[in-house]
Design a binder for this molecule. Structure first.
Ligand code: ADP
Ligand code: MG
Length: 310
């Protein structure tokens, strides 16, 4: 059973900006799925559409087989969503924010109170239940958003950058919590630009860039592609085009005096420098491309360019 099915989803904002260019996405029930992508890629737009907070231009969204158009109430009842921006009434007490949300979903008051207690305790907010939400720290507000999203027991939980700006210790405890929720059967989709987060928890991932899905695979496969190291080399002399080398085939010319080269596991950076020297290309400086997620983005976008050029 698919927890989420998106087909040919388009979003063009009033400004004319095409935030989503016809994406397709399928997430299986029980999965822990990462939607990765650089800033401005379209992640929040996509999540906003699924949650009914953003109007789409065209395309279809189904939650556990139920269309968000034709079966809006049913589809919505199966979904819990944690938007990127805090959107509760900050003057309301913590406990009320959560029980009221349960009320919107038709959960009877007695059960709503019980579930609220359960999630507030699990998320370390129970002692703050009578505080106005504005008194909470940033990390606590984030956890309040999560408690509120879970109180009606959705089968699919979507979190938009749940750990952005959260310190590392709290991030770890949130990971544990999400893992536990997933183990108990809730399908989870999260957006993130921390690769470590996706790496640790997610089984499958899609990478979105400029409104297109450029990769959709298991996390394992995605990480495999990252095993080969990529270096940026700064050259002494100007270069008109990417050099052709015998042992290295993934070479991208970045500008007139820098190139990016992937060094396969069996070769070393010295092999690379030597081979460049045989062509009178002198390396002045170099650096390791540190951010692996950025690395994937570069690779994938380059691949797409190649494909469209072919
Ligand atoms: P992400 O969450 O991946 O950072 P977003 O979905 O927030 O990306 O944004 C995708 C693109 O749409 C960006 O270029 C952003 O500037 C633009 N965008 C987002 N919201 C709006 C809006 N309300 N009006 C116009 N453009 C928007
Ligand atoms: Mg976003």
């Amino acid at each position: 059973m698919l927890a989420l099915e998106i087909s040919n989803l388009h979003k063009t904002y009033a400004s004319g900006l095409q935030a989503l260019k016809g994406i397709d996405l399928q997430v299986e029930e029980g999965d822990f799925f990462a939607l990765l992508g650089p800033n401005g890629a379209g992640k929040s737009t996509c999540i906003g559409i699924i949650s009914g907070l953003v109007n789409r231009t065209s395309g279809k969204v189904k939650i556990f087989g139920h269309s968000i158009d034709d079966e809006f109430i049913l589809a919505k009842s199966l979904l819990g969503s944690v938007p990127q921006e805090f959107n509760f009434n900050t003057f309301e007490p913590v406990e009320e924010i959560v029980t009221n949300q349960a009320g919107f979903y038709g959960v009877p008051a007695r059960i709503a109170r019980k579930e609220t207690e359960h999630y507030l305790k699990q998320l370390g907010l129970w002692q703050h239940r009578r505080s106005q939400a504005r008194r909470l720290s940033g990390g606590m507000k984030r956890r309040l958003m999560i408690a509120r999203a879970l109180v009606h027991k959705p089968r699919l939980l979507i979190l938009d950058e749940p750990t952005a700006g959260v310190d590392i210790e709290l991030r770890r405890s949130m990971w544990d919590f999400m893992k536990q929720i997933n183990d108990q059967g809730t399908t989870i989709i999260l957006t993130t630009h921390y690769l470590e987060e996706a790496e640790r928890m997610c089984r499958n991932a899609a990478i979105i860039d400029e409104g297109d899905i450029i990769l959709n695979s298991s996390m394992k496969k995605l990480l495999k592609q990252l095993n080969n190291e990529t270096f940026v080399l700064y050259l002494r002399d100007d270069l008109e085009q990417a050099p052709q080398l015998e042992s290295f085939n993934k070479i991208i010319r970045l500008d007139h005096h820098s190139i990016e080269v992937e060094v396969p596991e069996r070769l070393s950076i010295n092999d690379l420098i030597h081979e460049l020297e045989t062509q009178n290309i002198v390396v002045e400086r170099m650096r390791n491309k540190a951010n692996r997620l950025e690395e994937v983005f570069v690779k994938m976008t380059t691949k797409t360019d190649d494909a469209s050029a072919a």
